[in-house]
Design a binder for this molecule. Structure first.
Ligand SMILES: Nc1ncnc2c1ncn2[C@@H]1O[C@H](COP(=O)(O)OP(=O)(O)OP(=O)(O)O)[C@@H](O)[C@H]1O
Length: 234
């Protein structure tokens, strides 16, 4: 099958310091993929590069045969924590902004997600709890019809019950051919929806495995992940 995303020999430096070192990664369409790694491993940085927000890297990032940032952006949905919006901005103003900026923004889909997340259009950003803010980000992200969704620790402030409901629904919201790359520290909770796991360590991709292969070795995703870190640290 043709790859959706192809990253070749990606190296990224910030202030002379290497943050990511010779990353190679290929993702196929229709997969839900976890991006795992300890704090500071480079998960956010990798997503920002794929999303075209961090530039000046070495190597290549190709999404649906497009390598230029502006062209890649049209195929992916990544909400960078609502940066740029002032505290007094109402949810409805943010939605309006999305409607104007993104031609693939689906109003009906947003309405459904908003009611599912119990978000009030008149609420201002400053009045949202951490979890409500994350729910808004998830709703906005999935209201776009994209080929690749990048979710950077989307659930850290969302309570366990809502998290389970959202995780179960994500599979229903996404188009069959769309791929989701999701970073999270609660590995077991997202395990049931995952097709593949990518682990970043020492600034590069340590492994990329299908969850099926991990399970045939009688390991949970968490055991597999922790085992990798322990082995490497010995
Ligand atoms: N603006 C910046 N300037 C310099 N270094 C940075 C900057 N942002 C991140 N870094 C460094 O890049 C590395 C990767 O950070 P990144 O935020 O991508 O990690 P992460 O895997 O997303 O971590 P976490 O799980 O804590 O969110 C870290 O060593 C961090 O110190």
């Amino acid at each position: 099958m043709d790859n959706l995303l192809e990253i070749k020999d990606l190296t990224y430096k910030k202030n002379q310091k290497i943050i990511l070192d010779k990353i190679n990664l290929e993702l196929q369409p229709g997969k839900i993929v976890a991006l795992l790694g300890e704090n500071g491993a480079g998960k956010t940085t990798l997503m920002r590069i794929i999303a075209g927000m961090a530039k000046n890297y070495q190597g290549s990032v190709t999404l649906l045969n497009e390598t230029k940032e502006a062209m890649r952006k049209a195929h992916l949905s990544f909400t960078d924590g609502l940066t740029g919006f002032g505290d007094s901005t109402k949810i409805q103003d943010i939605v309006h902004f999305y409607q104007v900026i993104y031609t693939d923004f689906d109003d009906e889909q947003f309405d459904q997600l908003r009611s599912f997340m119990k978000l009030d259009l008149n609420m201002r950003l400053s009045h949202l709890s951490k979890g409500m803010r994350e729910k808004l980000i998830i709703a906005l992200t999935f209201s776009r019809k994209a080929d690749l969704y990048l979710l950077d620790e989307p659930f850290s402030g969302i309570d366990a019950m809502a998290r389970k409901k959202i995780i179960n629904s994500i599979i229903l919201w996404k188009a069959d051919q769309a791929t989701i790359l999701i970073s999270d520290h609660f590995v077991n909770e997202i395990a049931t929806m995952l097709d593949e796991v990518v682990v970043i360590k020492d600034k590069t991709v340590l492994t990329h495995q299908s969850t099926e292969a991990i399970r045939t070795n009688n390991l949970s995703i968490e055991e597999y992940y922790e085992g990798l870190y322990l082995k490497e640290d010995e």
